[in-house]
Design a protein around this ligand. Sequence first.
Ligand SMILES: [Fe+2]
Length: 390
Amino acid sequence: MQSFTLQSVPLVKFGRGVYKNILEFITNASGNVLIITCNSFMKSGKADIIHKVAERIVHKVFFKITGGEPTVELIDSIVNEYRNLSIALVIAIGGGAVIDTGKAVSAMITVNDSVIHYLENVGDKNHPGTKIPFIALPTTSGTGSEVTKNAVIARTGIEGFKKSLRHDRFVPDVALIDPSLTDGLPPEITASCGMDAIAQLIESYISTKSTIFTDSIALPALIPALQGITQLCNSRFDDEELRDTLSYASYISGITLAHAGLGICHGIAGPMGGLFPIPHGVACANLLPSTISFTVESILKNRENNVTTLKKIGILGRALKENENETDENASRYFADFCEKLLENLPVRSLGKYGITSSDTVLIATASDNKNSPVKADTSMMSEMILRRI
Ligand SMILES: [Fe+2]
């Protein structure tokens, strides 16, 4: 059996209604509280209970509304605004971008410097790992950032990048994962965020770094998400069970990616998001089918060296086909087809809608990597994968 290390995870409360636990944390904070959130949460009416509690306590509760993916400039500006305001607790309520913003702010508020100096492969300093206590409440089912130790910070443009601010101590202290916060999320956002979580689960499940631990939690989260996302985005928008399923998938995907790593889909989606203003989930949704098809074709061509991966994808295919007698080969092909059809039936805009053209594919592919994929694609293969969704 492959050995593994179980990294720390936050105190997690999962279930409908658990977001109300935030009131206790706000009340008991030892100083002022900074809540980083988005317009949609403020408009949802769910912020009202926080306002009521804020009126009754001695310390202050600041709301910082943000949107879009966190950039170096955004993090520095929020940190400079609140560094001297005795913040004792940072709370992020929003999608993956908002949670990454909160995670980075909670870490950088303790350091009198720009975040750019501490980003992987870009910075020139090691972060000491200090931070203000941090609580994450996801309002989308996507990145799993509520349980990971890194925040992805972007700079877009020709010299753009997406790099992580990472430290073992940056794992949120508490994650309140309340699927009711995702109720009413538009189908387009549900689809792209959900495909990010699904891609994370698939890639970590077949990763060269996967272990019995990650496999055992990935599968029960992944199969129901694959079976339910199309209905949730097309006809059963209000189905609470399906919303719960995707929230759980997203949460588990954060744990599996942190322990087993990712694959080609994220290996391309990362640089793509640095070079073009495309939401991370949209990039993942567009790339997942072609990267899975490539993976299946590659392992079938070279079975001797991919016995474990073929078996694993076979398990996925048989579960989705609900046919236990299917061979690994047929089940794997079924799985690749399933992923292709999944994207066809989801409201996801193509890459071309975000300004990516056929002449950009080599640029993106050159900056991409295979991460922990069991099979490796070269630049021209990656270009082909991108081209299919222009
Ligand atoms: Fe992702």
